[in-house]
Design a protein around this ligand. Structure first.
Ligand code: NAP
Length: 550
């Protein structure tokens, strides 16, 4: 680390921002190549999302053994998962185990909040300025800053006046929070809220859930993994990862090969009964393809799940409030749950529909809605994230010709090429950037692919003495069009969720944005492989000021 001096060589060839699942892997890959790489991380320790999210009930919705890294036989052989869907503490232990095994910590600096990233046209280098005013200059930047790492709070009057404890789930305290016997409010019923509510319902004194719009939730069916079962999983890793590579979502579950229309209604129901009883996302991504594209198919399956909610929730009026009316099953992220609906059968759990009786203010004692005030000891905000672009928008990013990334993306969609490049921002590579595959795909399966590809590109760049890499405007436009076309095919385009770029807690985000690639993992991989095999024709590369032909 040194003060910026443009007459000297950069401090590092590659600076990676973020030491979560992506940043750790990128560090390992570049170090293997002997490339000078350094990682900075905002938090005090590694793990990213798994370091940060410590709320009760936080766990995988992906099968644990499909979430771990696939690249190291040694790590696969040595690590044992204790549950089919592991909890946050276990996942964080796993990431620390990987970091220790690969001795990653020596190249990671913690407590580094990035304020700005500025590209210098003259030297083709980036200057990263930290909150403590230090700067780091690097030839290349890799952002591994997460898709869901910028939490957002509502804007209720009086939020600061509450005298009890209140926190966003992302900022759940590191020290234990004792909720036993407490009066607790949870605001928000997305995948996070659903996990918190299920986990704390039994132990709190009283729980009030403030729900704006319900989600379609489905059972996780978690269970422990025995030693014998883990041995069998270990022996099967090649098949497991090959299967994940072959499915659109990077999971063990791929779409059912049959058409919805090929089966009679009772056969469909029988199939769905089996799906509903199966673990993980099978009932979502293992369903008929039509569920995602065909309104009739979606409506029929949604009604099947609505009936399940009616069976599980004793009070019919509460059950009806928990059934979504504004969107069908699976067009928003499906929260997986363990006894979530049963929580509402407990005598000390209340559901408040804030579409009916809106929250008016947070008071010193609790929450006041249009009809009443309730008092609480703890308020939990499970209100989600400024997803996909939020972590970028919180940094002042200035590319070539002084263009500002926030402004470029605010104008319309956050267009990129493959979710990795933005035109006008040379030498900047994003893992998990907008219009990439990581939001829609089992995260590690997607980011291993992207990271391997970026690593291959950086090897090419090093071997050819290239100083500047940038996507062409045409390639970016073609990719962004493809992203938009996928949305047109999918029912998810109609839902107001982070999948479509909405967040009503942020000014200007009450409109649709095409933030994710919905074409699936195999198609995405093919695009990456073709680009590399053809010598990166969509990228402009320069060496000492002259264009290098691919
Ligand atoms: P989310 O899905 O965006 O849900 C936020 C919730 O807060 C929604 O119910 C939303 O209501 C509500 N909300 C937001 N602003 C509000 C306001 N001003 N007043 C009242 N309610 C408000 O966020 P999340 O639950 O944190 O989940 C985000 C993503 O994290 C998930 O989709 C998933 O990808 C990931 N996640 C993964 C796991 C896992 O793998 N196990 C677990 C948790 C989360 P509306 O629906 O009406 O907007």
């Amino acid at each position: 680390m040194s003060p910026t001096d443009e007459t000297t060589a950069p401090d590092h060839e590659v600076l990676v921002i973020g030491a979560g699942v992506s940043g750790l892997y990128q560090l390992h890959r570049l170090r293997e190549l002997g490339i000078d790489v350094h990682v900075i991380e905002r938090a005090d320790d590694l793990g990213g999302t798994w370091y940060q999210n410590r709320y009760p009930g936080c766990r995988f919705d992906s099968e644990s053994y499909t979430y771990g890294y696939s690249f190291s036989d040694e790590i696969l052989a040595e690590w044992s998962w204790s549950e089919h869907f592991a909890g946050q503490d276990e996942t964080l232990r796993y990431l620390n185990f990987v970091a220790d095994k690969l001795d990653l910590r020596r190249d990671i600096e913690f407590g580094c909040t990035v304020e700005s990233l500025t590209f210098d046209d003259a030297t083709s280098t980036w200057t990263t300025r930290l909150a403590d005013d230090r700067t780091i200059r690097s030839r290349f930047l890799v952002t591994a800053i997460g898709v869901l790492s910028a939490p957002t709070l509502p804007h209720y009057e009086g939020m600061d006046s509450f005298r009890g404890d209140s926190f966003h789930t992302f900022d759940w305290p590191h020290e234990p929070v004792d909720l036993v016997g407490k009066r607790v409010a949870v605001i928000g019923t997305g995948a996070t809220g659903v996990q918190v509510i299920s986990a704390i319902a039994e132990q709190v004194g009283h729980l009030t859930v403030y729900q704006r719009r319900p989600n379609w939730c489905a059972p996780l069916h978690n269970r422990p993994i025995s030693e014998q079962e883990m041995d069998a999983i270990r022996a099967d890793y090649d098949r497991i990862f090959a299967r994940c590579a072959d499915t659109p979502g990077g999971f063990l579950h791929g779409p059912d090969p049959r058409s919805f229309h090929d089966l009679a209604a009772d056969e469909r129901r029988e199939f769905w009964e089996r799906l509903y009883a199966s673990p993980g996302f099978e009932k979502w991504v293992g369903n008929f393809r039509e569920i995602f594209m065909d309104e009739d198919a979606n409506a029929e399956f949604s009604e099947f799940v609505a009936d399940k909610i009616r069976e599980r929730v004793h009070d019919p009026a509460v059950a009806e409030k928990l059934i979504p009316r504004d969107h069908g099953f699976g067009v928003q992220r499906v929260p997986l749950e363990t006894r979530y609906y049963e929580a509402y059968n407990l005598p000390h759990v209340d559901l408040v529909d804030i579409e009916e009786t809106p929250i008016v203010e947070i008071t010193e004692q609790g929450v006041r809605t249009s009809d009443t005030e309730r008092e609480f000891d703890v308020i939990v905000y499970a209100t989600g994230f400024d997803a996909v672009t939020g972590a970028f928008d919180r940094i002042e990013i200035t590319g070539a010709d002084g263009r500002n990334l926030r402004d470029v993306w605010a104008a319309a969609d956050p267009d990129t090429y493959l979710g990795i490049f933005v035109h006008g921002f040379p030498n900047l590579f994003m893992i998990g950037g907008p219009q990439g595959s990581s939001s829609t795909i089992n995260f590690p399966r997607s980011i291993e692919l992207t990271t391997d590809w970026i690593t291959g590109l950086l090897r090419h760049v090093r071997d050819h003495g290239i100083e500047r890499v940038e996507v062409t405007v045409e390639a970016q436009a073609a990719w962004a069009d493809e992203v938009r076309r996928w949305y047109e095919r999918m029912l998810l385009r109609r839902a107001k969720s982070w999948f479509t770029g909405y967040n009503e807690n942020i000014e200007g985000r009450d409109r649709m944005r095409h933030v994710m690639y919905n074409g699936g993992l195999p198609r995405y991989r093919k695009r990456l492989e073709t680009a590399a095999a053809e010598g990166y024709p969509t990228l402009a590369m320069t060496r000492s000021g002259s264009r290098v032909d691919a």
